[in-house]
Design a protein. Structure first.
Length: 80
């Protein structure tokens, strides 16, 4: 799965399975909790995206974060 970490942004962006314009592996949020009621737009550098905010447990190496919010990208225009 592709995950984009950037210290200049307060979101972790994850490509979702609905994103047909995203390149790389994508995440299916079927077991995650959706936080937003409707799709949110987000601009970042030269990219524009639409997606939803989800909450789940996220583990990197040996550490895990419970109740971690992330932005699931459903549509991407431009480059990240």
């Amino acid at each position: 799965m592709n995950v984009i970490f950037d210290t200049g942004c307060d979101w972790v962006l994850v490509y979702g399975t609905k994103c047909k314009t995203c390149v790389g592996r994508r995440f299916s949020p079927t077991k995650s909790t959706k936080i937003t009621k409707k799709e949110q737009a987000l601009g970042y550098d030269e990219a524009f995206m639409k997606g939803d905010i989800y909450r789940d447990s996220v583990c990197i190496f040996n550490g895990c974060a419970e109740y971690f919010d992330f932005y699931l990208v459903n549509y991407l225009k431009g480059d990240l």
